[in-house]
Design a protein around this ligand. Structure first.
Ligand code: SAM
Length: 242
């Protein structure tokens, strides 16, 4: 990985205080971050898929930002766009200070506002992205809205990655998304992520709706492996018959 980003990530993961945009030290909480495994996956996936235009909703301290920026730095091209209304007011600009320290500001763009306000102008300007990473407002309705706004921005063949699949709000939202949008689930090893590949631009009729089940034993991530469901069903039947 790009050594500058790697060093800055190491600081973020190991220090309890970090410099903000104001140059002062500020506390770093232990919850607001992605795991190293998730970050390394995002970084590797961005490189492997040749995703040059990346967009993230929810930057906070900049963990995911640095992983994505590192991929662009290693490839020597690409640009990363981050959207977060609270990156400065709540997170003290620690993530933005890290980007500055990385020397990669030239391939970085930041919108200090909500996805709701930032994404439509990008669509209006005809922008497209190869990878959109959604890790912002985690409420059910907000996730659906973020996906809905990200879809026109995502290139056909590009990917939308949703974080925090452990949360019921995300699980419920993704149950709807995978059944109703023209995306395929990409099998991958990180249980907390859902990776979707876009098949085509939205061509659904105005009244399109595929119902989604109230309960799903497995997260949509697993739906790429239908044999799991069959095995579980067989075990249930076998237990019921005992
Ligand atoms: C879980 S944190 C993101 C963590 C980050 N991706 C990382 O790797 O450490 C969620 C972030 O979403 C931001 N956020 C909340 N609502 C948002 C919205 N409507 N649009 C964009 N970002 C939002 C919060 O300010 C917060 O920084």
């Amino acid at each position: 990985m790009d050594p500058r980003c790697e060093a800055l990530l190491e600081e973020l993961y190991t220090q309890t205080q970090q410099p903000g945009l104001d140059g002062q030290m500020h506390p770093v909480d232990l919850q607001t971050r992605i795991s190293r495994a998730q970050g390394e996956f995002l970084h590797r996936f961005t490189l492997e898929r040749g995703a040059e235009r990346t967009l993230e909703i929810g930057m906070a301290y900049g963990f995911s930002t640095l992983y994505l920026l590192a991929a662009h730095a290693e490839r020597g091209k690409g640009r990363h766009t981050a959207v977060d209304p609270f990156a400065v007011s709540h997170w003290n600009g620690i993530g933005l200070a890290k980007v500055r320290a990385s020397g990669l500001e030239g391939s970085f763009r930041f919108f200090e506002t909500t996805s709701l306000l930032a994404l439509p102008p990008l669509a209006q300007a005809g922008e497209r992205f190869d990878l959109v990473y959604i890790d912002g407002d985690h409420r059910f309705d907000a996730v659906i809205v973020d996906f809905h706004l990200s879809d026109p921005l995502c290139e056909v063949g590009g990917h939308i990655v949703l974080d925090d699949m452990w949360m019921p709000s995300i699980q419920w939202a993704t149950r709807f998304l995978v059944r109703n949008f023209a995306y395929d689930v990409v099998p991958q090893p990180i249980a907390n992520l859902l990776v979707l590949r876009k098949r085509e631009d939205d061509r659904r009729p105005w009244d399109h709706f595929v119902p989604f089940p109230e309960e799903e034993e497995e997260a949509p991530r697993q739906r790429a492996k239908p044999w799991r469901k069959r095995v579980k069903r067989a075990v249930r039947r076998w237990r019921g018959g005992r």
